[in-house]
Structure formats: C-alpha cells, structure tokens
Design a protein around this ligand. Structure first.
Ligand code: 5GP
Ligand code: ZN
Length: 197
C-alpha cells in the first residue's frame, strides 16, 4: 500500500478547489467576420526574433525546490503510483482523479509554470502526454482525453510545479472540463492581435 502522498508532505488540499477555469471566447473567434479574419490572417505577425526575445526573458532556473511536493514525488523521495518514468519526467496517477486514470506528467526539475519552463521541457511533457493518451486508449478503453495545464492561481493551479494533466474521458463520465463561451467585438479581437504583435 502506498502512503498518502499529501498527508506525508503535510499538504492539505481542498477538493472543491479542483476547478479548471477557461475563458477563451471560442465561438466568438469562430464567428468573426470574413473581413476581419482576412485582416488578422494577412497582417504582420510576431517575428521569430520577437518570439525568441519572449522566450529568453523567461527564467532558466533548473533545479529542485526543497519545499515542493511534486519535486519530491517526481524524484522518488515520496512514493507514487507511477505509470511511466525516464531521466527527465515521471507520470503519476492523480490522487483526486477527475476520471479513471487521471494522470500528471511531472518534470523532475522544478519549474513553477509555463512561464518558467524551458520550451524543450514543455515539449517533452507534451510528447509524453500524447504517448500516455494513446496508451490509455488501448489499455483503459478511453473514448477521448483532455490534456490540461494550469498556470497561476487565477487559472486554477494549486501545485506550483509545472504539470500536465492527462484526463481520460469516457462516454457519459459526467465530467465537465469546459469554459463558458463569451462574446467579443471585431474591435476587441483586432486590439488583441495588435497587442500581441
Ligand atoms: P492543479 O490544480 O495545480 O493544476 O493540479 C494539481 C493536481 O495535483 C490536482 O489534480 C490534485 O488532485 C493533484 N495532487 C495534489 N497533491 C497531490 C499528491 O500529493 N499526489 C498526487 N498524486 N496528486 C496530487
Ligand atoms: Zn517542484
């Protein structure tokens, strides 16, 4: 029997805090007028150099955090139900699963979130997420999967060590991992495109 990872680390989580907020107005984006869409698609884009400067501004810290429970779990100091492990990552079962097989991809180095993790590590986590989702389809007979990654308390992150949720989905599983579609005017959408250039 594996000891409860949270109690071992003295961590108490409020289960009702498991909320995956989303506020992307997808339907509004899809409904945007052709004229606006063309202007957006054909307008100047963020250059490769611009993206690099954003990436270079991020912290490149690469270490373990003594007070981080996911550092301890990822590095085997606290036992976990591990589905996969390699030099850089460990995939564990979530203690408060949204559905049967809900797993977390944990890097073995401490990066708090998407703003801190180097692109190569983020890409590696997604690659493993894809493999796990495919394997779950075969072994757990899943009907789909949500790959979810929360950053910051406002976005529902409760453990501040980068992790990728793999949430297997089953027909009629009763789960909801959705956002409420909003509305946006052409001007608002254009302003976002301008701000992002
Ligand atoms: P977040 O809300 O930060 O995106 O997700 C944190 C996730 O970690 C939650 O789904 C929660 O159930 C899970 N979790 C928190 N503490 C532990 C733990 O000690 N062990 C395991 N296996 N999962 C945990
Ligand atoms: Zn950590």
């Amino acid at each position: 029997m594996i000891p409860d990872e949270r109690s071992k680390a003295g961590l108490c989580l409020d289960r009702s805090g498991f909320i995956l907020h989303r506020s992307v107005p997808v339907t509004s984006v899809m409904g945007c007028a052709r004229k606006t869409r063309d202007r957006v698609l054909n307008g100047p884009r963020l250059s490769a150099a611009g993206i690099d400067s954003v990436i270079n501004r991020r912290s490149k810290i690469n270490m373990k955090d003594q007070n981080c429970i996911f550092c301890k779990i990822a590095n085997g100091e606290i036992p976990s139900r591990t589905l996969y492990e390699d030099e850089r990552y460990r995939v564990i079962l979530d203690l408060g699963p949204a559905t049967k097989g809900h797993a977390l991809v944990l890097p073995k180095e401490h990066f708090a979130n998407i703003y801190e993790i180097p692109a190569e590590w983020a890409a590696g986590a997604m690659e493993i997420g894809q493999k796990m989702a495919i394997l779950m389809k075969e072994r757990l007979h899943t009907d789909g999967a949500n790959l979810v990654q929360n950053n910051g308390e406002t976005a529902g992150q409760t453990v501040h060590h980068f992790h990728l949720h793999i949430i297997p989905r089953y027909k009629n599983d009763g789960q909801r991992i959705l956002w409420k579609p909003g509305k946006a005017t052409d001007e608002e959408l254009d302003a976002i495109v301008s701000a992002m250039k």
